[in-house]
Write a protein that binds this ligand. Structure first.
Ligand code: ADP
Length: 268
């Protein structure tokens, strides 16, 4: 629905009956203000939850549980977990703020895809092994290059692989592959995990949107990973898409511009 702001001005020199009506469409402004308020509410809630736990555990310890070694270890572990959660949330919020401010300019270069994929596999092979998930690298073409920022592309892949491992049960696989499509490279992260109902696909990339809030929190997500991925893809003039359905696993595809020398020349 359209929200209109009406300004009525009586112009000097025009008879009293003459009134100029200026109509401003402020629907977009209202929508943005709503999103901003919702974001602040979400951030506050996400910060409050781990802080409340930390406070509760600390108080219990101070109120006497200090002498019981078993309890001390248990509570300190929980405090440590919640602190890690707060730390990750703050890092993700800083990432979002940095990209959204548009103040940082990304340093583009001709980047070998296999090198970034290799770095991502290196970051996650231990986590995959611990979760009983097999991580497969199908990016064998060492000549493919994209125009992108190395840090940014690594952050995109790390977020996608992190999710893929998180939402894939023991015994499953996560595969990173790559192919070209015209002047684009398509880097795909596929998993054999829980899958996502198509009704959620449009909203997955919104900040704090989760299909199953309780489950994602339990698995340690901040709810910001895919929003960051989308921002980074846009900032690198690329795009992100998802194909998934429940029980069928998920494939997230990142499309980035190939480095000039890799774009197929069309004969004129
Ligand atoms: P989170 O930190 O909660 O994982 P993200 O922004 O990374 O937040 O992802 C948003 C939501 O998308 C997740 O909460 C989860 O419901 C869903 N999701 C993301 N990746 C996958 C995946 N590979 N398999 C199943 N669900 C996923």
């Amino acid at each position: 629905p359209l929200t209109l702001e009406v300004q009525a001005t009586q112009l000097a020199g025009i008879p009293p009956a003459g009134v100029v009506l200026v109509l401003h469409d402020i629907s977009e402004l209202k929508r943005l203000e709503g999103l901003r308020q919702q974001f602040v509410a979400n951030v506050s809630h996400e910060l409050k939850t781990p802080l409340s736990s930390i406070k509760a555990y600390t108080e219990t310890l101070l109120n006497g549980a200090l002498n019981d070694h078993e309890h001390v270890r248990h509570f300190l572990t929980r405090i440590d977990d919640q602190s890690t959660r707060l730390h990750e949330l703050i890092l993700d919020l800083l990432s979002i703020a940095r990209i959204e401010s548009g103040q940082t300019t990304l340093e583009f270069s001709n980047l070998p895809i296999h090198k970034v994929v290799h770095a991502c596999i290196h970051d996650y092979e231990e986590r995959a092994r611990a979760g009983g998930v097999t991580l497969i690298n199908q990016v064998t073409d060492t000549s493919l290059h994209v125009r992108a920022e190395e840090e940014g592309l690594l952050q995109i892949l790390n977020n996608l692989v992190d999710n893929a491992i998180k939402y894939t049960p023991e015994g499953g696989t996560v595969t990173i592959g790559c192919h070209t499509e015209g002047d684009k490279a398509v880097i795909e992260v596929s998993d054999t995990g829980s899958g996502i109902d198509p009704e959620h696909h449009d909203r997955l990339f919104e900040r704090f949107y989760r299909v199953d809030k309780a489950r994602s929190r339990e698995l340690g997500g901040t709810g910001l990973g895919l929003a960051i991925v989308k921002h980074l893809c846009n900032a690198m003039q690329g795009s992100i898409s998802v194909e998934s359905s429940p029980g069928q696993g998920s494939t997230f595809a990142v499309r980035l511009r190939l480095a000039d020398s890799h774009i197929p020349q069309t004969s004129s």
